[in-house]
Design a protein around this ligand. Structure first.
Ligand SMILES: [Zn+2]
Length: 337
């Protein structure tokens, strides 16, 4: 090959190389331009996203603020309501206090009055006129040394009563007197010892059978009327056996007994230690009922002394005085144990 030809070939090669390089540069330049454009677009999008995010954040913040202000207003409202309620409660308590004071003030004159008349004549409470009403005088816890005088008073007024007896020791012979004079006799347990009789169902019935046998021995009567010591509503039995009164009130019925509570008391076991106080007790509880069973105790001296006036009071009200039998509609307390 000649020198000229070699030279020509080199020139051609160099030209080709130049064209290829230039074309590559153009392609790369276009690509670079496009990339930049894309980057710019992405940046725009990024900016857009950022501004949306900012908007969202600020919206959230305002929502948060709103919520916290709402919470604050709720708590304020709650506080206000609580305060209002408390003041209402205070007001009601005050009213209750006032009413109690009024009640105490109303009660006071009657006790003062009864204290004043202790040495003077006994005032029989104003009778409430009534027809078709029956009162049952009942005497618990005897027989005792006061029972004979009580029987005499009942004879004197020609009225009959009911005696719920326990073991009266040397006075047990009076049980026959009670029955012979036409009164009703009922069972009140032998021992009247709460801890003993309310210990268990079996203990109760053992004691009840014992007084039933004693009354039968003394009088020849197998009585089926009875009264629970403390009444069917007593809660003291809970100390010895939970639920015993609920069980006993059912099981005595199953054994053919009828138990009697009371809706009136002469208060002889509640501090009514004067004739006047006992009369006040009787009149207080006898106003509205058409059947009255009066709880009294023939073991109390004041009851012996007040009995004539109590009978006079009921007679003046037009009450019929009755004796309790198994067919008398019973007055029974709500069982609390
Ligand atoms: Zn009793």
């Amino acid at each position: 090959m000649s020198k000229a030809k070699v030279f020509k070939l080199i020139v051609i090669l160099l030209s080709v190389l130049f064209i290829v390089s230039a074309a590559t540069c153009v392609v790369l330049g276009v690509k670079y331009h496009n990339s930049n454009k894309q980057i710019a677009q992405l940046n725009d999008k990024l900016d857009e996203g950022q501004s949306m995010l900012d908007e969202q954040v600020s919206a959230n913040e305002s929502l948060k603020e709103e919520n916290s202000s709402q919470a604050e207003s709720f708590s304020q409202q709650y506080e206000k309501q609580s305060k209002e309620n408390q003041s209402k409660v205070d007001e009601l308590n005050k009213k209750i206090k006032d009413l109690n004071k009024q009640l105490a003030a109303k009660k006071k004159p009657s006790t003062t009055k009864s204290n004043n008349v202790q040495s003077g004549p006994v005032v029989i409470p104003k009778p409430t006129p009534s027809t078709g009403k029956t009162v049952y005088l009942t005497f618990d816890d005897g027989p005792s040394s006061y029972t004979p005088q009580i029987l005499d008073t009942l004879d004197k007024y020609g009225v009959k009563a009911t005696f719920f007896v326990k073991n009266g020791g040397k006075y047990n012979y009076l049980m026959k007197d009670i029955v012979n004079r036409g009164h009703s006799i009922g069972l009140h347990t032998y021992s009247h010892d709460y801890a003993k009789i309310y210990k268990s169902d079996t203990a109760y019935f053992n004691d009840l059978n014992k007084i039933s046998d004693l009354v039968f021995e003394q009088t020849g009567v197998r009585t089926k009327i009875m009264r629970f010591p403390g009444g069917a509503s007593n809660t003291v039995s809970r100390k010895y056996s939970k639920g015993i009164m609920s069980r006993l009130t059912k099981s005595v019925k199953q054994q053919g007994y009828v138990y009697f509570d009371w809706n009136c008391s002469n208060g002889d076991a509640d501090g009514a230690n004067t004739v006047q106080k006992q009369l006040n007790f009787c009149s207080q509880y006898s106003k509205s009922a058409s059947t009255v069973i009066v709880l009294m105790h023939d073991t109390k001296k004041t009851t012996r002394d007040a009995l004539p006036k109590i009978i006079e009071y009921y007679k003046s009200c037009g009450f019929k005085l009755g004796v309790i039998t198994t067919s008398t509609p019973p007055i029974q307390h709500r069982v609390n144990n």
